[in-house]
Design a protein around this ligand. Sequence first.
Ligand code: SF4
Length: 353
Amino acid sequence: MSVSSGPEVVVWDTTYACPLRCSHCYSESGRRAPRQLSHEDMLRVADALVTLDPRVVVLSGGEPLVVKGVFEVAGRLARAGVKTAVYTSGWIMEPWMATELAKTFDEVIVSLDGATAQVHDRIRGRRGSFDRALSALTMLDAVARERRRRQRTPLWFGIGCVVVRSNFPQLAEFCTAIAPRYPELRSVTFNAAVPEGLASRPEFGHFELLDDAQVAELTSPGKLARLQELAPDSVRVFATDNGSLVMRPNRFASRADSPVMHVEPDGEVRALSVCEGTVGNLLEESPLELWRRGTSRLQDPFVVETLSAVRTMQEWAEAVRRMDYHFGSQEVRSRIDRRSVRTNPPEFSALAL
Ligand code: SF4
């Protein structure tokens, strides 16, 4: 990857609308205006992304399945030869959507943040979300089985878990109690929560952000081997601190830039994937120029100074808070100020017990 060739991965938050209220939500979806584009403009953004020739475009959000015409948008990317992946909570999944997802996307990931309803529903902020996620997995499993029976291209569908302190003790259960229910399931991925958005709040850091020892354990070869051993043979287990997808401060010195372009629902391109602050809109300017402008933010003296001292997860969260406030608009700062007022302390009080 280089700034002359564009990003390897594009993450496009297609909407900020979402039926869930996850405590770690990086995009604060469901708590603010969706900023969703018209269908025609979404197709224009898709065309702009194609010119960057990324390896994969990941549709995220918010909940991509609430976006009307999302399958056509993904189809546009796929027809241009770009791999597509989508993240869904499964909350609104219906059988026809599972069929369309399988037809359109190369990879479908259902978010599951607990191996039990009690843990998942508390993290995801809505009772019943565990049952709906499992139901979505059942639908995808049926579609995948049917595709295999008809000898069509296999559907790669997986479970994505954002790892926080309250689900850290359940990782083995994902492999022994959840994965075996879906014979066609291909992957279980454990992603350490990245301290961005709501996950950068001090109270989240206090109660839910993994500490450094937990991150080291999560990503150690021994832990991964043990989890893989527990999972069915057909399921691959991955664990990551997200360092390969988002800029990681303690790797900052050795990286020229981030491999990820992060696009907001209205086509605005973030300067840094994990932080607030944008550099322009894909509907108005050259995508490659926006990519160059974004990556050049890594040389900004404030960014260099803020990140250079970061060694721990808590320091990473503090650095993100500083950069969000520094680069964010007045609207962004007001939103950040409201986060603590809104969520402090009931959301985490149960987690402290
Ligand atoms: S489902 Fe995703 S977008 Fe919605 S609140 Fe949770 S993390 Fe945010």
